[in-house]
Design a protein around this ligand. Sequence first.
Ligand SMILES: Cc1cc2nc3c(=O)[nH]c(=O)nc-3n(C[C@H](O)[C@H](O)[C@H](O)COP(=O)(O)OP(=O)(O)OC[C@H]3O[C@@H](n4cnc5c(N)ncnc54)[C@H](O)[C@@H]3O)c2cc1C
Length: 366
Amino acid sequence: MIGAGPAGCLAAIAAAKAGARVTLLERASFPREKVCGCCIAPRGVAVLGDAGLDHVLHGAPRLGSVRLSSGRSSVRIDRDSGVALSRGAFDARLSRAATESGVDVLHGTSVTVGIDGAVQANSDGAEWTMQPSVCVVADGLSGRSLDAHPGVRWRVAPSSRIGLGAILPPGSIDLCRGEVLMRVEPGGYVGAVELEDGRVDVAAAVDHDVLRHEGPAGVMARWLRDAVRDRHTIDTARWTGTPWLTRRRTTLAVPGILVAGDAAGYVEPFTGEGMSWALASGHAAGLMAARMVHEPSCWREWPAQWANLLGRDRWRCGLIANLLRSPRTVHAGLAIARRWPTLAAQLARPIGQPHRTSTAGHGVAP
Ligand SMILES: Cc1cc2nc3c(=O)[nH]c(=O)nc-3n(C[C@H](O)[C@H](O)[C@H](O)COP(=O)(O)OP(=O)(O)OC[C@H]3O[C@@H](n4cnc5c(N)ncnc54)[C@H](O)[C@@H]3O)c2cc1C
């Protein structure tokens, strides 16, 4: 398994529990933070529960409302948005759970996959090769471990935005407990949430031109002007960017290799579902990988299974992300939500909710 984010950890744990011998290779040393809104939606919470991993969410604050604003309009929508947990804590806990499930976890190990399926690993200059019977690639948005495979190319959408994020000190942003703050602006949107230790996670999707003209701190200070308590915290924060967000792979499986999580494709972060998709697809990929050890040809089933798991939610996320690009639609949506808050809550309810059946692959959206 390549990449110890939510997808790679769940794949490794599921495959190990299904009886496979699993090695999980991760480039970074943990704990490490990463650009993410850090909201784990109810679907992600349910996937973790089904996998017997509820304990990794210990101490994560519950999220019960979203404050959505644009221009001078603002509305509060009450909805179960799951929990907030820093990626430093979440990924380290998942990685530890993988070790406890019998997975051999190697951090600080960068990997590429050769065209013959051989895995080339590099750790502190020491290089070695492995020839696994199955490889699940979960190396995220910036994943390049499959670059040698001409059939598994990235396709980036021309209108794609860039992700941007930082963690601010406690109290930096005017936030109620358990509230997700979302602000939509021409050129993107930003979200903020209080983490388990009181720090504030800020994450945004920004048009490239806006970012180039104003710089990370400039654009964040402008978008968060009504919520930030001291502009200095924005100017001194360590802003980190991501590669282009909206992308997909030309194919999700080749013999002996399955692609899962963001490595398979990503839409936009507005609906806060990426980690849930990564957990669900990672879990399903791990089960399929264990099956492939005895039934190698079943890799052909993976693209259809992946689409069945995530297709509808990804389509809805893409639709919402496109609607948000029109200021007129955003203002009309906010006006409707202010006038009919119950209707707004009802419309928002299905986003990020668990699917009706098991996380193993055949769920249907509510
Ligand atoms: C601005 C923004 C806000 C977001 N907000 C939310 C949110 O609130 N809620 C939500 O659910 N999702 C959110 N997401 C999406 C979420 O961050 C991702 O969907 C999720 O991290 C995907 O998990 P993953 O395991 O597929 O990949 P990742 O978490 O990216 O993990 C991939 C891992 O692979 C490792 N790796 C990469 N290359 C190699 C290599 N060659 N060898 C070994 N290891 C390698 C990396 O170091 C990394 O640890 C947001 C994303 C952005 C950009």
